[in-house]
Ligand binder design. Structure first.
Ligand SMILES: Cc1cc2nc3c(=O)[nH]c(=O)nc-3n(C[C@H](O)[C@H](O)[C@H](O)COP(=O)(O)OP(=O)(O)OC[C@H]3O[C@@H](n4cnc5c(N)ncnc54)[C@H](O)[C@@H]3O)c2cc1C
Length: 542
């Protein structure tokens, strides 16, 4: 394929949509393989999640040393993380460094949204349209549009009548927000809220938290990263990355406690407490990995859940508030949160918890929020209401595949992919961390690197074989969707109303979208490639 344009007279070989962790590495990897690439990004800067989510307290909850690229030895040796869990500004600085270090910016077009992409069956190329009215052509399109990039602003009656400022955590103003001395409402209690609430409570005069579902969160025990610990990991980084690729969740190699070895039922009750307490004291998501069966056995899950509930009652002074903060659903079926002082924040006299589990929020008024028939006057509203996950960003692009079929129509009953990478009827389109792949159930950097490398390898193989087209078959896709459902059905993940299921978006089909278990998935992808892209149809050799 050409250096300055693409084959078949296209502008470039590959258009990548999105310049987050996935789009940046996709560009680098494809360019290294000799493809011409253009990345189109809606934001005015690179970084994706870490460009948009600037709310107070935003940080990763996979340890920074593992929530980082492993594709370049020098990069991982040179970059110094300052905290166990890096803040949003630090992760963004890291991604800016990556963009500069690998000279990525010259192929990235910022502040441009892709609004449509149409496949031409005669030439086997895509035409991509942007909100600036441009049309660009490419043989392939890679949607690196992000699983959590389409902010969800709920349609609450009177939402736009509020006279004060309101903010969504995922679209936080870049210049920052000063809430000192203000009365602030926070709507939502998911991961972003759990990170933001302790910091907002420090700033505001009064914080009112509207909770529909109580949240399980485990302490981060965040702090400065000791230089010796960083050096120790760097000395064995290849092994760390390899161990993570063999981990169900794509991380854990730097954890002192390691993966679980025993099922809950095989451990005496007193010892279970000890194992869970050790994980709680270590901090972080590894809490869910105390036993092998926490996400597959309801009884085992209840042991971990009851432990967290007992901690909530220990931390929170007012027993009624502690009870309200105590979740009843399976632990882990909504994303487990990691916090710095979340439950303790509710001991503050200036923080109030409002239970909206029965009636939701009735209305937003010009002066505040109405719930349970009561008006709560506030000066600012923070929507910590998450995202239209996994499919939201894709749904905003008018994809037209074979026969002009819309992706929205193909996915009207829920997303259907082969391996989370390909969609039948949409040749030469690749999804990074698409539905049907481990994505949000894994360390996303591990998942992204595996996808980027698979896609790049596939394009190299197509080029070597002279193929100009690849498309997932409907049969392989149906089998894959059934497989994802079967694996998810074996776990407790689908047991509650989570965004993994699309339950946070009214009208969205309820389908469990991510696939639990990274290593067997990655092995299957490798196998598919090794067997001539089994389940895909490759276009004619030119
Ligand atoms: C606050 C927060 C904390 C997180 N912490 C962790 C963590 O600790 N560990 C973990 O594994 N994951 C975490 N995640 C998930 C995180 O999204 C991923 O880890 C990762 O950043 C995703 O990278 P990405 O490139 O796939 O997507 P994104 O970073 O979401 O980038 C996608 C980009 O595509 C752009 N885009 C979308 N549609 C279009 C379009 N039509 N036209 C042009 N551009 C478009 C968006 O503007 C965005 O910049 C977190 C997410 C959030 C929101």
């Amino acid at each position: 394929m050409g250096r300055d344009g693409g084959t078949a007279g296209t502008d470039v070989d590959v258009i990548v949509v999105g310049a987050g962790l996935a789009g940046l590495y996709m560009l680098h990897r494809l360019r290294r393989a000799g493809f011409t690439v253009r990345v189109i990004e809606a934001g005015s800067g690179i970084g994706g999640t870490w460009y948009w989510n600037r709310y107070p307290g935003a940080r990763c909850d996979v340890p920074s040393l593992e929530y980082s690229y492993g594709f370049d030895d020098d990069l991982e040796q040179d970059w110094e993380w300052t905290e166990r869990y890096a803040t949003q500004p630090e992760i963004l600085r890291y991604l800016e460094h990556v963009a500069d270090r690998f000279d990525l910016r010259r192929d990235i077009q910022l502040a441009t949204r892709v609004v449509a992409a149409t496949f031409d069956e005669v030439t086997s190329t895509w035409t991509v349209e942007t909100d600036a009215g441009e049309r660009r052509t490419a043989r392939f399109v890679v949607a690196a549009t992000g699983c959590l990039s389409s902010a969800n602003l709920p349609d609450i009656p009177g939402r736009d009548s509020f006279e004060g400022p309101s903010y969504h955590t995922g679209r936080w103003p870049h210049e920052g927000v000063d809430l000192t001395g203000r009365r602030v409402a926070v709507i939502g209690t998911g991961s972003s809220a759990v990170q933001a609430i302790p910091v907002l409570a420090e700033q505001s005069a009064e914080l009112v938290v509207f909770q529909r579902t109580a949240t399980y969160t485990v302490p981060a025990h965040n702090g400065a990263l000791p230089p010796a610990q960083q050096a120790e990991v760097k000395a064995r980084y290849r092994e760390v990355r390899a161990v993570n690729r063999e981990s169900v969740v794509g991380f854990g190699a730097t954890s002192v406690l390691g993966p679980p070895t025993a099922a809950t039922a095989d451990v005496a009750p007193a010892e279970r407490e000890h194992v869970l307490a050790e994980r709680w004291d270590q901090g972080g998501l590894a809490f869910l990995g105390a036993f092998t069966d926490t996400m597959t056995s309801a009884e085992a899950n209840e042991v971990a859940a009851a432990f967290v509930r007992s901690k909530i009652h220990e931390i929170v002074d007012d027993p009624a508030v502690a009870e309200l903060l105590s979740p009843t659903q399976v632990i882990g079926c909504k994303r487990l949160c990691v916090d710095s002082g979340y439950y303790a924040t509710f001991n503050r006299p200036d923080v109030r918890l409002v239970d909206i589990s029965s009636g939701g929020i009735e209305a937003i008024t010009p002066t505040g929020v109405r719930a349970n028939g009561e008006d709560h006057g506030v000066d600012a509203i923070v929507f910590a209401t998450g995202f239209d996950a996994m499919t939201g960003a894709l749904a905003k692009i008018r994809f037209a595949g074979v026969g002009g079929r819309a992706l929205a129509e193909a996915w009207s009953e829920g997303p259907k992919t082969y391996l989370g990478l390909g969609v039948p009827g949409f040749p030469n389109l690749f999804l990074v961390t698409g539905p049907g792949s481990p994505s949000v159930l894994a360390n996303m950097v591990t998942a992204i690197e595996q996808h980027v490398e698979w896609i790049a390898g596939c394009l190299e193989d197509l080029r070597a074989g002279g193929h100009e087209r690849i498309e997932a078959t409907p049969e392989a896709t149906e089998d894959w969707v059934a497989h994802v459902n079967a694996v998810a059905g074996f776990t407790l993940f689908p047991s509650c109303n989570s965004w993994y299921l699309g339950a946070n978006i009214p009208g969205k089909p309820r389908v469990f979208m991510p696939l639990p278990g990274f290593p067997p998935y990655a092995a299957r992808c490798a196998d598919v490639a090794a067997h001539g892209y089994e389940g895909f149809v490759l276009g004619p050799v030119r």
